[in-house]
Design a protein around this ligand. Structure first.
Ligand SMILES: Cc1cc2nc3c(=O)[nH]c(=O)nc-3n(C[C@H](O)[C@H](O)[C@H](O)COP(=O)(O)OP(=O)(O)OC[C@H]3O[C@@H](n4cnc5c(N)ncnc54)[C@H](O)[C@@H]3O)c2cc1C
Length: 408
């Protein structure tokens, strides 16, 4: 059977809109907000209204909580769903082609939105205004852990019709700007990882304090917050997914959110590395380097051969990312493919953007182009939502059929 690697025509609009935003809104203000770290890019308000329009017509993807979209509908035989996840991934990809930090700052497109789309019930989505009135950041990491998501110490103790949250979350992307925070907390620490659940908490709510913002190497236009929860009471309905603690099942429920968010982060790496490749191609051509796809790379100049190798890695990252999103839309278990996309794209993102600086040399290292910025911005995409090493560990476990206790 022939494999058709083309995207369905109905997604052209999504890509066009995101590319236009990337080139016309993001690129012109990229440097300005990189230098003015923590300043809210007001230009993004225009995009917020554009996205709420798209969400209303079902074109904005899981990031806008439209992700569940048509996933549960009955379909004719042979129907191929390319729903919310694919749209989200394409949105992330082409918006990041403009600027990753600004992409992470687009209202109503938070990683928490994809988490909500992954696990919220229909009633919860309705309670949250269909999801498109919610801009959700994602708060997992704590001062005591990063990679080991099972080590959550923040607690959410049931008290009547409410949960009472206590704890501190660090490095929360969009934490000070988003309207809501998806918080991972334990409902009973004595029951281990199975008791970890995610909760939607309004940011402006008694007991929620934004302690400070981080200064960073890259994605400087994106706010990264430390958030403290002190006797923060939320209605019981704000627990996402099932409240039951099933010690046999572990914490698959919350981990499921990564199946949606990892392909999105992979897409960001695909977007920023596409930008770097295009800029590099221009610079190489201006310098008289010919890239010839009809000749073996080994017969060409070192720069051309390197460029061809980088493009091949980019293509692999792109296809792995689309596959992971396609599987999520088609309700196929995709944890392995989500990690594969993130591992490959995360590494390719840093590789391509750093090689672009290297090949463009003084020009690439200076602020005359955005190449040095893209090299700084791309590193985080190989760290958050699970580092390169953690993705490799998950892939190895799944391929070898080992449990987390057997392969650490
Ligand atoms: C800019 C920025 C934004 C972020 N945004 C968010 C956010 O929105 N929400 C959120 O919850 N978190 C966020 N984070 C946190 C991020 O997810 C963590 O930094 C990441 O999970 C790694 O955790 P850590 O930094 O504690 O590193 P550690 O877990 O301490 O790891 C340190 C090193 O050891 C490696 N390592 C760890 N365990 C293993 C293992 N078993 N085998 C092999 N190697 C291993 C890691 O890969 C890493 O290289 C953000 C971080 C940054 C820098």
């Amino acid at each position: 059977m022939a494999i058709n690697l083309e995207l369905p025509k109905k997604l052209d609009n999504t890509i066009d809109q995101a590319r236009q935003a990337a080139l016309q809104i993001f690129r012109p203000i990229s440097r300005k907000y990189d230098l003015a770290e923590h300043t809210y890019p007001v230009e993004l308000d225009t995009l917020a209204s554009l996205y709420s329009g798209l969400a209303a017509t079902g074109q904005a993807g899981a990031g806008a909580a439209g992700g569940r979209g048509d996933a549960n509908k009955e379909r004719p035989e042979g129907y191929v769903a390319n729903g919310g996840n694919m749209q989200s991934v394409l949105n992330s990809m082409w918006a990041s082609y403009g600027d990753v930090a600004l992409m992470l700052s687009i209202p109503y497109q938070g990683l928490g939105n994809a988490a909500i789309a992954a696990v919220a019930t229909d009633e919860q989505l309705e309670m949250l205004g269909g999801g498109d009135e919610v801009w959700a950041s994602m708060a997992i990491t704590e001062p005591s852990f990063g990679s080991d998501s099972a080590a959550v110490t923040t607690t959410a103790i049931a008290d009547g019709d409410e949960y009472v949250l206590n704890g501190e979350k660090i490095f929360v992307t969009a934490g000070s700007r988003a309207s809501h925070i998806v918080v991972w907390a334990s409902v009973d620490r004595s029951l281990g990882r199975a008791a970890i659940k995610s909760f939607v908490v309004p940011r402006e709510h008694p007991g929620v304090t934004i302690v400070r913002l981080e200064h960073k190497l890259g994605i400087r236009a994106s706010d990264t917050a430390v958030i403290r929860f002190e006797d923060c009471r939320i209605p019981k309905e704000y627990l996402l997914g099932s409240p039951e603690v099933d010690v046999k099942k572990g914490f698959g429920g919350v981990m499921q959110t990564f199946d949606n968010t990892r392909p999105m982060v992979a897409a960001m790496a695909v977007g920023v590395s596409r930008a770097a490749l295009e800029e590099l191609r221009k610079l190489l051509e201006d310098a008289g380097v010919e890239i010839d796809y009809d000749r073996p790379a080994a017969d060409q100049s070192a720069a051309a051969a390197e460029f061809i190798r980088l493009e091949a890695d980019w293509e692999a990252s792109y296809l792995l990312t689309l596959r992971a999103a396609w599987m999520a839309d088609n309700k196929e278990p995709n944890s392995l493919q989500a990690s594969m996309s993130k591992a490959k794209a995360g590494r390719t993102g840093t590789d391509v953007t750093n090689k672009a600086v290297e090949l463009a040399s003084t020009y690439g290292y200076s602020e005359r182009t955005l190449l040095e910025k893209w090299a700084r911005d791309s590193k985080i995409l190989d760290i958050f939502e699970g580092t390169q090493q953690i993705q490799q560990l998950i892939i190895a476990r799944r391929v070898l059929g080992k449990s987390s206790a057997e392969l650490k």
